[in-house]
Design a protein around this ligand. Sequence first.
Ligand SMILES: *Cc1c(COP(=O)(O)O)cnc(C)c1O
Length: 222
Amino acid sequence: MSDDAARRLSETMKRIAAAAKRVGRDPEQVNLIAVSKTFDADAIRPVLAAEHRHFGENRVQEAQRKWPDLKAEYPDLTLHLIGPLQSNKAREAVALFDAIHTVDRPKIARALAAEMDKQGRRPQLFIQVNTGEETQKAGVLAADVGELLTLCRDELGLEIAGLMCIPPMDEEPAIHFAFLGKLAGELGLTGLSMGMSGDFETAVELGATHVRVGSAIFGARG
Ligand SMILES: *Cc1c(COP(=O)(O)O)cnc(C)c1O
């Protein structure tokens, strides 16, 4: 099991490099986030031992159980929050995570700004865009990204690294990745958090700077 994760990590990195080369990108520009949600520290250790340092979790509470010890052991690791954030968890999120990919409304932006000032910690921030306009999905609508970005920057003094999306299950992801890339370009943002196990190569071809890959590395979730 554990050797498998390290082997699949290296396989994933090769596929990212090949996808980047196909479009003339430097593979170094793509950050592979190993999404370890539902997997415990024992499953994560082999990936850390393989010198991987970017990890993603989608729940603050689950991450709080696993990561403080691992962070103490590997102080150079980068922990990404990729799941929805409630404003009452902003304190914990700012304390634990080095990047937050799911800023999607003024209330969260304000809560994060207040906590960042209080704690003197400044995680990298991405705005999540609901590119499929799905009612049940988190993320700001594309039409409202500019306004949220202005609020973050001008009123709250937050730096925004880029945009993030999760395409609808039943649609061609490439359309959503291309759209997110275009939107980021129009807003002058360079970070693009997009692509999961099933579609990360497409995302890399369309400019992803951060791909979030879980099952292709850790195996199927139970
Ligand atoms: C779980 C999750 C992933 C990883 O999904 P896989 O299909 O296992 O690669 C990526 N992004 C988000 C937001 C997730 O919640």
